[in-house]
Design a protein around this ligand. Structure first.
Ligand code: SF4
Length: 442
């Protein structure tokens, strides 16, 4: 049997698709990129933003002609969890709808769906320990350490679609990363919707700083990253662990979402602007080489001009190395969807452009500060700038660097002297290796 997977949305979905690939290939199925030759097409959906959802629906409709040859269509992920059989109503050519905890049963579900439509949405806990994995990138591995989220930020659908937090036991994580190290991975990304809340459900307290430190010590030659941190669960102990381990990447993604206390309260974020500012100050002080990125929502219900100005002020003070700015997206079923005070579209766009021009300027300034340094770069692939001759990679500080180099370097660490800074990436040249290639920069 041949199957194809198509992923919409976040890293969690990419990871789920790697598990599905692993489960099916270990049963002798063949993965194909060519949808026309697939017997089963599996789509993993995202409903965090309306745009991802719209793209999915359009794409699903475009696959209809393949149904003529009897192809099975399976739809999983957050949107499947949220609307369940509603998928069949809108797209009768779909045979299987499975929720975010059900991909571990994918094989059985596919066989059942061959006899008639199946919808499986139980959220009865995940057991990934036995699920094989087929990674997309040989040199980098995404390792979920916690699933779900307990935070219920008022605008977010994730706690409803991914369920409550379930941490994986430490021993299970250690077994997985040891195996990955033996396979030769160069970078491990510890993953969770709220990664730094790891451990509360099984150990009764946050265990993330200890886990992170132990992983870094266990795999001294491997870079370790983590995504996504909630400011409320970020503390001094975690900053300490990051700054005291050379192989923990000097990059922290710390979504602030808004700079106004009034809006943060409405968002149910669990911290105020002072708390966030103190956190950034602490990171800058203890780990000055650390780059910090953030997420910001513009146009949250009830956002007034002075709230927006508070956000602008916070962004300036934090001088983020990069930022992802989003326009507020109303999601049915969330608390925020019931709040009044919709901000007029024109106002939102005006604020959005103002904010992105500020964050772009800050990113450019941050990039310019890299000029002249020599950075260790993990080579990711060919550069879009020149597919023939150039490669692209990422520094410990999560900066994308383009440079001349041969394809055989993909998946290796190289040392690159940064010569030019662009708005969104850097340009450099490979320099000879001195001693350890795992230093961050010099
Ligand atoms: S922390 Fe908030 S925004 Fe992030 S996944 Fe949980 S509820 Fe959603």
């Amino acid at each position: 049997m041949k199957f194809a997977t198509v992923v919409f949305g976040c890293q969690m979905n990419i990871h789920d698709s790697e598990r599905i690939d692993g489960l099916l290939t270990s049963e002798g199925w063949e993965k194909t990129e060519n949808l026309k030759s697939a017997d089963v097409v599996i789509l993993l959906t995202c409903c965090v933003r309306e745009s991802a959802e719209e793209r999915f629906w359009g794409y699903l409709q475009s696959l209809k002609p393949l149904k003529r040859k009897g192809t099975i269509f399976a739809v999983g992920g957050c949107l499947a969890q949220e609307i369940g059989t509603g998928i069949f109503n809108r797209a009768p050519h779909v045979d299987l709808v499975f929720g975010t905890h059900q991909y571990v049963n994918i094989l059985d579900l596919i066989w059942r769906s061959m006899k008639g439509p199946v919808c499986s949405l139980e959220m009865d806990g995940l057991n990934l320990a036995s699920a094989p994995l087929r990674r997309r990138e040989g040199f980098r591995a995404w390792v979920p350490i916690i699933h779900g989220c307990n935070n219920f930020c008022s605008y977010c659908i994730v706690p409803y679609t991914r369920g409550k937090e379930i941490s994986r036991p430490r021993e299970e994580i250690f077994r997985e990363i040891d195996r990955l190290a033996q396979e030769g991975v160069k970078e491990i990304v510890l993953l969770g919707q709220n990664v730094n809340s790891y451990g509360k459900d099984i150990y009764g307290h946050r265990e993330f700083p200890r886990l992170l430190g132990e992983i870094a010590e266990r795999l001294p030659g491997v870079w370790v990253r983590f995504l996504t941190s909630h400011p409320r669960d970020f503390d001094e102990a975690l900053v300490e662990v990051v700054s005291s381990h050379d192989n923990i990447c000097r990059y922290i993604h710390l979504p602030v979402q808004a700079g106004s206390d009034r809006i943060l309260l409405k968002m149910n974020r669990g911290y105020n602007r002072d708390f966030y500012l103190r956190l950034v100050e602490l990171i800058r002080e203890r780990s000055p080489r650390c780059s910090i990125s953030t997420d910001i929502i513009v146009g949250f219900p009830g956002e007034k001009e002075r709230d927006f100005q508070d956000t602008v002020d916070l962004v300036e003070r934090c001088a983020f190395d990069s930022a992802f700015t989003y326009i507020y997206n109303r999601r049915e079923g969330t608390k925020a969807a019931e709040l009044g005070g919709e901000v007029p579209r024109e106002k939102i766009m005006e604020r959005f452009h103002k904010l992105t021009s500020l964050t772009d300027k800050l990113t450019f300034e941050s990039n310019r500060r890299e000029r002249g340094s020599v950075q260790v770069v993990l080579v990711e692939g060919k550069s879009k700038k020149d597919q023939e001759n150039m490669l692209k990679g990422r520094t410990s500080r999560n900066k994308v660097v383009n440079f001349l180099g041969e394809e055989k370097l993909i998946g290796e660490f190289v040392r690159v002297k940064i010569e030019e800074a662009g708005k969104f990436s850097l340009l450099g040249r490979i320099v000879p290796d001195k001693e350890s290639s795992r230093q961050h920069s010099e």
